[in-house]
Ligand binder design. Structure first.
Ligand code: EZ4
Ligand code: CO
Length: 412
C-alpha cells in the first residue's frame, strides 16, 4: 500500500484550517490536521516543500517508521511547525490504517476504555451576571464540566472572554471564544496581574455559591503569571475546589512549576503549546502537573502523544487534551479516538465549531449529555468536502497580544 497522492488543503470556514489528505494507490484516503493558529502558512510550506515529496511512494502501512523518518531525517528537531506537520502525516496514516482494517481508529489503539469522554466548555463574561448566564447556558447545552474566565475591572479586553460581536462576516453571531482575529495585524489587549489576582477568587467564590460544590470548574491562566504569583492564585482558589488551573506560568520554564507545587494543592494542567515528550520529561518525572494539555495536532500525532500519555500514566497524571476551535474536526476526532482508548483519560476540552466548519468537515463524532464519542465509522470518521472547502480561501488572522499599562509587552 503506497502513498500515491498528498494534498495540503487550506480552508477558512469561520476560521483558518490546514488539512493534509493522503491517498494510497488502492484508493484509501486519510486526513490529518496541521492547523497552527496564526502561523498556518508556515506549516503549509513545511508540508508542501519538504514533506509531501518524501511521502510519495512510501508504504502507507509503516506509521512508526514514517514518524521516525520525518523526525530524525530533518536533523532539526521539534518545534511547533515541524511537529504539527509530522502530526498531520501521522494522523492521516492512522486514518488510512483503520479504514483498511474496517475499524474505528480507537479499536486499533486497543479498544474503548470507557463509554464516552467527559468534555468541558468555556463559560465567560465581563461581569458576574454575564459569567452566571454563560455557565447556565453551558449547563443547558449539557456540559458537565465548565471552564470559567472572567473580565477584570479596569481591563478593557482580555483573553478568554467570548465576544458577542461574532466573527468578521458573521457579526452578531456569538462564536464562543475565538481569540484569533482576521486582519493584517494582531489585536492588542491589556493586562494587569495584580488586578487579576485580586478579582478571580471573588468570581470563583460567587460561582461556587451559585452552582454548588459538585460542578467541575476549570480556569486558564494562559501563561501570564510569575511562579510566585501562580502559587498565590493556586492557594487563593483552593477553597473553590478547581478541577484544574491551566498554564499558570509561561511554558518555557518547566522548573517554575516546582515553586508553584510547593505552595498549592490546586491541580495543575499545562502543555497546549508544548510539542514533544521532551517538554514534559521533567514535569512528569517530578510529578509537577496533574494533566497533560497537548493536542494530537500539535504534538506529533497519535504516535507521539500516546507515548507522552503512557509515560504520564506511570505517575497517575491524566490527559486533558487541548480542544479549542483552532483544532479542526479532524484533530478533534483524533483526540477522541485516543482519549477513548487510553486508560489515563482525564477530560477533553470541547468548543463547538461553527456551521460553515461543520459543512466542510463531515463528522461522525457525537456530543450527548456532556459526553463525546468518536463514532464507529472506519478510520477517524471525518471526511472533507473539497467543494465546500474551496468556497473559503485563507484569510490572514493573528492571535492577540498583551501590553501592560506602561506599554511593556506581556505574555498573552
Ligand atoms: O488560546 O487555542 O485552553 N485553551 C486555550 C486556547 C488558546 C488558543 C490559541 O490558539 O488557551 O483558547
Ligand atoms: Co489554554
Amino acid at each position: 500500500m503506497k502513498i500515491d497522492k498528498a494534498e495540503v488543503i487550506v480552508t477558512s470556514p469561520d476560521r483558518n484550517f490546514v488539512t493534509l489528505k493522503l491517498t494510497t494507490d488502492d484508493g484509501l484516503t486519510g486526513l490529518g490536521d496541521a492547523t497552527l493558529n496564526g502561523r498556518e502558512l508556515a506549516v503549509v510550506a513545511y508540508l508542501t516543500e519538504h514533506v509531501v515529496p518524501l511521502l510519495l511512494g512510501r508504504d502507507a502501512q509503516n506509521i512508526e517508521d514514517t514518524w521516525q523518518f520525518l523526525y530524525r531525517s530533518a536533523y532539526w528537531r521539534r518545534g511547533p511547525v515541524t511537529m504539527a506537520a509530522i502530526s498531520a502525516v501521522d494522523v492521516a496514516l492512522w486514518d488510512i490504517k483503520a479504514k483498511a482494517a474496517g475499524m474505528p481508529l480507537y479499536q486499533l489503539l486497543g479498544g474503548a476504555s470507557r463509554t464516552g469522554l467527559l468534555a468541558y466548555g468555556h463559560a465567560s463574561g465581563k461581569s458576574l451576571p454575564e459569567v452566571f448566564a454563560s455557565v447556565n447556558s453551558h449547563l443547558e447545552q449539557g456540559y458537565k464540566a465548565i471552564r470559567v474566565q472572567t473580565g477584570v475591572p479596569g481591563l478593557e479586553s482580555i483573553y478568554g472572554i467570548a465576544s458577542n460581536k461574532g466573527l468578521p462576516g458573521n457579526e452578531g453571531v456569538r462564536y464562543d471564544h475565538e481569540p484569533a482575529q482576521r486582519g493584517a495585524l494582531p489585536a492588542e489587549e491589556d493586562w494587569d496581574t495584580r488586578a487579576y489576582l485580586r478579582h478571580v477568587p471573588t468570581v470563583f467564590e460567587a460561582v461556587r455559591n451559585e452552582f454548588g460544590p459538585e460542578l467541575p470548574l476549570l480556569h486558564d491562566g494562559h501563561h501570564r503569571m510569575t511562579p510566585i504569583q501562580a502559587a498565590q492564585l493556586g492557594k487563593s482558589l483552593e477553597p473553590y475546589d478547581l478541577f484544574w488551573l491551566e498554564d499558570c506560568t509561561p511554558a518555557e520554564n518547566q522548573e517554575a512549576l516546582r515553586l508553584v507545587r510547593q505552595h498549592t494543592t490546586t491541580p495543575l494542567a499545562i502543555g497546549e503549546v508544548f510539542n514533544s515528550i521532551w517538554d514534559y520529561q521533567q514535569i512528569i518525572r517530578e510529578q509537577l502537573i496533574d494533566y497533560v494539555r497537548s493536542a494530537v495536532t500539535h504534538t506529533g500525532g497519535i504516535t507521539h502523544l500516546k507515548k507522552i500519555l503512557e509515560f504520564a500514566g506511570q505517575y497517575q497524571i491524566k490527559s486533558g487534551m487541548h480542544g479549542p476551535t483552532d483544532i479542526s474536526p479532524v484533530g478533534m476526532a483524533a483526540a477522541m479516538h485516543l482519549g477513548l482508548a487510553i486508560h489515563n483519560f482525564g477530560i477533553q476540552e470541547y468548543m463547538k465549531h461553527g456551521d460553515k466548519t461543520n459543512a466542510v468537515f463531515e463528522q461522525s463524532y457525537s456530543w450527548n449529555n456532556g459526553m463525546l464519542h468518536p463514532g464507529n465509522k472506519p478510520g477517524l470518521g471525518v471526511e472533507l468536502d473539497v467543494d465546500e472547502a474551496g468556497k473559503y480561501p485563507y484569510a490572514t488572522a493573528y492571535l492577540p497580544y498583551n501590553r501592560l499599562a506602561d506599554g511593556t509587552v506581556h505574555d498573552w
